[in-house]
Design a protein around this ligand. Structure first.
Ligand code: BG6
Length: 500
């Protein structure tokens, strides 16, 4: 059920937190600025801290400060925001909230439509859900949807427990589990590039593809998230969700229709086909790393073990690279390599599809290898695709030279590429859950990742820290590909260079 003019009240639990300030308020403002929200909406911020509506609106105005343009008034926009100080466990708080929402429905014609956005610690999800139901906040004349942020559990068992609690109150199709990578323009573009181009789709299999590499590197360290990160690490923070979602989109079969259920069910099949390892095999397929001191963007930075709220002998990984095998007809034998980490050389997310070499190539200098054809999908910060081919350059030449065909999606129009959160919020308001993760995807991803985390918890990393800040990770990560006769393409997938 999608409509282009959604009317609803968004209730943000955790409205004084970082996510609300950095992502949610600006995204709601962008939707408003582009006319997608009309005037029929209200946002109710809920948190423990006692704030007045005016104080809350000041926070909102601050967070959208640099986005204002033209005659869109921050004053009018922020007047749609209300604050409700709240104790999650106190039933009376829910009653007050209910009556506020009822009043706002009348004022903004929102017809009982509600988005409950849980931007807070997951230990409260169950209690909030139960109380919303028992106090009647989910039974209005309109629709109710629940948006949940990660971390969705810590492993399969805790995720299932959390899911059971939520499912007690909301049906699966009312639940929108955020993976913000699914809101990124070029992640959404993977399906289009694959399924709208016969030249790619006909080669998109183990006959023609040698391997696929996905790199998501960051320059930032853990910043002030040491406490969370210590119990998460890069595996839970990035691999269980964002990296596996990208693998699923790259490997899935074409859906029968562009419908939420069809797309999700194809992604689920990929996750089901991931080759499971035993704990003893983990070292063969996965590499972990932790950053030491180093230089990033010309600044000296501390080691992970020196960061705030981090154990000085921490065993937590800040880098993961791995080789995934998808045991199905299309992909048998093709490795998907993933790598992600903090404090690396560059902030970049990029997918490189390496095609197989021709059995014989006439246009190559003696004893030299021909450059393979690569399709590079740039997810961020650049958005676009580059195709690496070989061609003759220079009259009379008998050898080929690598050339690039480039398409840049955000070069001319950078300002107008919507932010991931902006798209996802809008999708949720319209009732389109395609770019949110279904429980089946979450469950399978956890099961896959759990084996790795068990192996790593049971066996301490003796060599941490094992990569310098500002590098592309530990040398074992290069060795992972070298033993297959391959190497990582650099983050820019430069035609001539390797990753180091
Ligand atoms: C989040 C992780 O999910 O993704 C962060 O919790 C990480 O640790 C972030 O920094 C990366 O997202 P992006 O969009 O900056 O690549």
């Amino acid at each position: 059920m999608t409509t282009n003019n959604p009317k609803s009240i968004i209730v943000i639990f955790g409205a004084t937190g970082d996510l609300a300030k950095r992502k949610l308020f600006p995204s709601i403002f962008r939707l408003y600025r582009s006319g997608k929200l009309s005037e029929d909406f209200a946002v109710v911020g809920v948190a423990r801290r006692p704030l007045t509506n005016d104080e809350f609106r000041d926070n909102v105005k601050k967070s959208i400060g640099n986005l204002q343009e033209g005659n869109v008034s921050a004053e009018t926009f922020s007047s749609h925001f209300y604050y409700h100080p709240f104790d999650v466990t106190n039933v009376a708080s829910y009653q007050e909230l209910k009556s506020l929402l009822g009043d706002l429905d009348g004022k903004y014609h929102t017809e009982g439509n509600r988005i409950f956005y849980l931007a807070m610690a997951p230990e409260f999800f169950g209690t909030i859900g139960e109380n919303l139901k028992s106090e009647g906040l989910t039974s209005t004349g309109g629709w109710s949807r629940l948006v949940i942020e990660k971390p969705f559990g810590h492993d399969y068992e805790s995720a299932k427990e959390l899911n059971d609690q939520i499912r007690h109150v909301f049906t699966e199709d009312q639940i929108y589990r955020i993976d913000h990578y699914l809101g990124k323009e070029m992640v959404q573009n993977i399906e289009v590039i694959r399924f709208a181009n016969p030249i790619f789709e006909s080669l998109w299999n183990n006959q023609y593809i040698s391997n696929i590499q996905i790199t998501s590197s960051e320059t930032l360290g853990v910043e002030d998230r040491g406490r969370y990160y210590e119990s998460s690490g890069a595996l839970r923070d990035m691999v269980q969700n964002h990296m596996l979602q990208m693998v699923a989109l790259l490997a899935m079969e074409p859906p029968i229709k562009l419908k939420t259920e069809e797309i999700r069910s194809e992604k689920v099949k990929v996750l089901r086909a991931l080759r499971n390892m035993s704990e003893d095999e983990v070292d063969e397929y996965f590499v972990r790393g932790q950053y030491g001191r180093g230089i990033v963007n010309e600044q000296e930075v501390p080691a992970y073990r020196e960061e705030n709220s981090v154990d000085p002998e921490s065993n937590t990984e800040t880098f993961v690279s791995g080789k995934l095998m998808i045991d199905n007809f299309r992909w048998a034998g093709v490795p998907f390599y993933i790598r992600t980490g903090k404090r690396m050389t560059k902030k970049s997310t990029e997918i490189v599809v390496q095609f197989k070499d021709l059995p014989m190539n006439l246009y190559v200098e003696k004893d030299k290898a021909i450059h393979p054809n690569l399709l590079v999908i740039h997810i961020q910060p650049e958005e676009g695709i580059t195709l690496h081919l070989n061609a003759r350059k220079g009259e009379g030449s008998t050898t080929s030279t690598p050339i690039k065909l480039d398409y840049c999606n955000n070069c001319d129009d950078k300002m107008n590429t919507p932010e991931a959160y902006e798209r996802l919020l809008y999708d949720c308001m319209r009732g389109d859950a395609t770019n949110f993760t279904h429980w089946d995807e979450v469950a399978l991803s956890w099961k896959f990742v759990d084996t790795i985390s068990r192996a790593w918890t049971n066996k301490k990393a003796e060599n941490f820290p094992n990569y310098e800040s500002g590098s592309m990770g530990p040398k074992e990560s290069d060795a992972l590909l070298a033993k297959d006769g391959l190497h990582w393409w650099s983050v820019e997938a430069d035609t001539h260079s390797r990753s180091e």
